[in-house]
Ligand binder design. Structure first.
Ligand code: CO
Length: 254
């Protein structure tokens, strides 16, 4: 039913500042930028392999994103899945008794879009989108590919079940343990116990794979981005990435 993670939305103070990191240091190409009046944001989509990153700057403090920023600061805001027919998906979910913010589609940066109520998905704000035109056969050229979104949950099986039953995702076998991985197109959601991620329930981190890992680490070094360098992996600290834990690795995860 859901083809892929279309994008992950990140609230930032100012788009121009966020471009300095996401576009200029990470090298993600800007696909589109526009003001979306009914969402109270100026937003930009940046390509990241099979998915995109959506940067959201509130147009004022009295908007939902402005209030989010005042209360929680910059960081992960919502998750968007691509569906072939957003109107039909919203109708079906509504008919199943799922709490919705939108029951009919409206225009967004990603095409026709609609939001579920955050209480419907264990506190994760989920957007559905149907982009204009046929689905792209190839990934857009980008030096990083989004591979995984990490979600903290008080009850891992319950949260994983919600995503599976609402969106039809299948579980990826892991060697036991308290985590559950769900495949979404070429990417995945990893649901982990909240206590493993500082008690945070909801979206906690993004994982990317770099085409050219040494070029990426050179760019991070040059920009003095706060980070932890590992072997074949770097973790950008939230202070350097507008409030987002970013793991970037040399190789695809198994
Ligand atoms: Co969005």
């Amino acid at each position: 039913m859901m083809r892929r993670i279309h994008h992950v939305g990140i609230v930032v103070e100012r788009l121009t500042d966020a471009y300095a990191f996401y576009r200029d240091v990470l090298g993600l190409p800007v696909v589109r930028e526009a003001e979306i009046a009914d969402q109270g944001v100026r937003a930009a989509l940046l390509a990241a392999g099979d998915s995109e990153i959506e940067l959201l700057e509130p147009t004022g403090p009295d908007t939902s994103v402005g209030r989010f920023l005042a209360k929680r600061g910059e960081g992960l805001h919502h998750l968007c899945f691509e569906t072939a027919n957003v109107g039909a998906s919203l109708t079906e979910l509504h008919a199943r008794g799922v709490r919705m913010l939108d029951t009919t589609p409206r225009a967004g940066l990603a095409g026709q879009i609609g939001f579920l109520h955050p209480s419907a998905c264990s506190g994760v704000l989920v957007e559905l989108a149907t982009p204009p035109g046929p689905p792209a056969a190839e990934e857009r050229a980008s030096p990083l590919r989004l591979k995984r979104l990490v979600i903290g949950a008080e009850d891992v099986p319950a949260t994983a079940n919600i995503f599976q039953s609402l969106f039809g995702f299948s579980e990826v076998a892991m060697n036991g343990g308290p985590r559950v991985m769900l495949a979404v197109g070429r990417g995945s959601l990893l649901v982990v116990p909240a206590h493993e991620v500082g008690g945070t329930a909801g979206m906690v981190a993004l994982s990317f794979v770099a085409e050219d890992f040494s070029a990426l680490t050179a760019a991070l070094r040059k920009a003095n981005t706060p980070r932890l360098d590992g072997t074949g992996e770097v973790t950008v600290e939230p202070a350097g990435s507008h409030g987002v834990h970013l793991h970037i690795s040399r190789y695809p995860f198994p």
